[in-house]
Design a protein around this ligand. Structure first.
Ligand SMILES: Cc1cc2nc3c(=O)[nH]c(=O)nc-3n(C[C@H](O)[C@H](O)[C@H](O)COP(=O)(O)OP(=O)(O)OC[C@H]3O[C@@H](n4cnc5c(N)ncnc54)[C@H](O)[C@@H]3O)c2cc1C
Ligand SMILES: NC(=O)c1ccc[n+]([C@@H]2O[C@H](COP(=O)([O-])OP(=O)(O)OC[C@H]3O[C@@H](n4cnc5c(N)ncnc54)[C@H](OP(=O)(O)O)[C@@H]3O)[C@@H](O)[C@H]2O)c1
Length: 469
């Protein structure tokens, strides 16, 4: 028997469990998937945008793994500082695979970043996704103008959520408090700003195109700004995704009214006389603007963002021009990427926010450490879609299985769950999670919506325990 603890029940944790129990070379592998939250699925539950129901439904695939007879979900077990001592894990399991993701956000390192009204996209996503650590989220949605810094897929998600109407979001599982706040939102202009050019934007084309289909928002681009990018004129040599992005932006630019706005909207700040009736909101896609300062004061909060205009440097980067532009905004969402956090007891590369590894085996001073592994974002860094984690997890599982003979020699106590309880943990087991699911479905019925997520720790833990005794 080989008993493995997988820490984290996001895609990489679940795919690791799947790879471990879905092979026959090493029979009798038992996998315990631990998560600090009482709910499984990581960013599929707490990151994937609520209006992307199809991607969210990947939870059904992950679920079948967690219901495998040799896979055991144990929620509400926080490994590390203030929680379970990782050394305890090594006493209870032959091997530990850390699949803890990238929990924090990257910083811009510019003045004003900490002003009221300046938030990380990570925090905003957690809030509308009902992450229980974000239940107290307060975002100034009385703002008329919001700037989103960054042009990756997370930036597109938060821009789209800001631009959607409450009636559209009410059909999703957004928690009731966030829905109420978004329903009262006065945001009219959402500016999504990249420091480089359109051909270097990180968003994918499907996500970009979707912005042009929102019932309540127009998209605005500036043809002259797009044209600064040499690849805008000749995109043939670009990777397919960048080429398609440029095509979409060129198409939108072709539909501008001559005042810089695609589709039906007028100028960015004021309607062009005689313009067709515009939608209530506008998403402005801006490029070649590097953020240098978030402007405002502690008393009244953010007033805008100061950018330096940039130009391509000929080798994929940009250089500053010494010309500046301010975009007025009362809400700023910094969407410049996630970052892994150090995990107590594990080596950590602060520059990349990852754990050093060789094919998934944790490296201590450059040497593989038997029994400790990593997969997912804590292994590769915070890039890649859900599916990217599958081959990554398979590689880690293969390394672990190759070490199985040595690892399985260690004698272990009979019942790891009892061991976790003795160590002060109160795991939420699979039936507890199913009770949370049932409570969320009941809440949805009560509110006349579909499933509505429970957004706070006490609510989740009460629901998990309901009827247990
Ligand atoms: C906002 C956002 C939206 C996204 N949308 C999409 C999308 O639409 N489509 C797509 O394909 N990809 C999307 N992605 C990418 C995708 O979510 C990631 O590739 C994937 O979730 C990474 O998987 P992971 O298992 O490494 O990390 P995560 O999904 O973050 O899972 C990590 C798990 O570890 C747990 N954990 C952390 N620390 C501890 C600890 N100390 N003890 C115990 N448990 C712990 C966490 O609670 C979490 O459940 C999105 C990413 C983000 C940030
Ligand atoms: N629907 C989906 O499939 C979906 C949804 C959400 C997330 N995801 C995935 O999740 C991963 C993470 O997404 P992400 O959007 O957080 O990260 P990302 O794709 O790495 O994008 C980060 C953005 O921040 C910008 N940036 C970084 N540092 C900056 C700085 N100092 N100043 C200004 N801009 C800066 C980057 O610009 P530069 O390029 O110039 O560095 C880039 O535009 C990605 O792989 C993404 O595809 C997928």
């Amino acid at each position: 028997m080989l008993r493995v603890a997988v820490i984290g029940s996001g895609p990489s944790g679940v795919y690791t469990a799947q790879a471990l129990v879905g092979q026959e070379a090493v029979p009798d592998v038992e996998v315990y998937v631990l998560d600090r939250l009482p709910c499984p699925y990581g960013l599929v539950r707490y990151g994937v945008a609520p209006d992307h129901e199809k991607i969210k439904s990947l939870q059904h695939n992950l679920r079948t793994v967690l219901e495998h007879p040799r896979v055991h979900f144990l929620g509400n077990v926080d490994v590390g500082a203030g929680g379970l001592d990782p050394r305890e894990l090594r006493r209870l399991f032959h091997a530990v695979v850390y699949c803890v993701g990238a929990a924090t956000d990257r910083h811009l390192g510019i003045p004003g970043e900490g002003l009221p009204g300046s938030h990380s996209a990570t925090g905003f996503v957690s809030w509308y996704s009902a992450h229980p650590d974000a239940a107290d989220g307060r975002f100034p949605l009385a703002a008329r103008s919001a700037v989103v810094i960054g042009v990756g897929n997370v930036a597109v998600d938060v821009a789209r959520v800001l631009a959607r109407g409450a009636d559209e979001l009410a059909r999703t599982d957004v928690p009731q408090a966030a829905l109420g706040a978004l329903a009262e939102s006065r945001v009219e202009d959402v500016w999504m700003v990249g420091r480089r050019g359109p051909s270097q934007a990180k968003f994918t084309t499907k996500e970009l195109r979707e912005l042009g289909t929102l019932p309540g928002a127009d998209v605005a681009v500036r043809p002259e700004e797009l044209a600064l990018d040499p690849a805008y004129h000749d995109s043939a040599g670009l990777p397919a995704v960048n080429r398609r992005n440029v095509d979409v932006l060129r198409d939108w630019a072709g539909k501008t009214d001559g005042a810089g706005d695609a589709g039906r909207a007028g100028r960015e700040t004021e309607r062009a006389p005689g313009a067709v009736q515009a939608k209530r909101r506008r998403i402005h896609l801006r490029f070649f603007l590097r953020p240098v300062e978030i402007i405002g004061d502690r008393g009244s909060g953010v007033r805008g963002v100061r950018f330096e205009r940039t130009v391509p440097d000929g080798s994929g980067g940009v250089t500053g021009t010494g010309q500046y532009e301010e975009i007025a905004a009362q809400l700023v969402l910094r969407s410049v990427g996630y970052k892994g956090a150090p995990q107590p007891g594990l080596p950590f590369d602060a520059a990349t926010g990852t754990v050093p590894h060789a094919e998934g085996r944790v490296l201590r001073d450059g040497v593989p450490f038997p029994g400790e592994y990593v997969a997912g974002w804590i292994k590769r860094g915070p890039t890649g879609v859900i599916g990217t984690n599958r081959p990554c997890a398979k590689q880690t599982a293969a390394a672990l299985l190759a070490d199985a003979d040595t690892l399985a020699r260690e004698p272990l106590p009979d019942d790891p769950v009892a061991g976790l309880r003795r160590a002060g943990q109160q795991p939420v087991r699979w039936p507890g999670w199913l009770r949370i699911e049932a409570a969320e479905a009941a809440l949805g019925r009560e509110l006349g919506r579909t499933t509505v997520k429970i957004a706070d720790w006490p609510g989740l833990l009460v629901a998990a325990a309901d009827g247990e005794r």
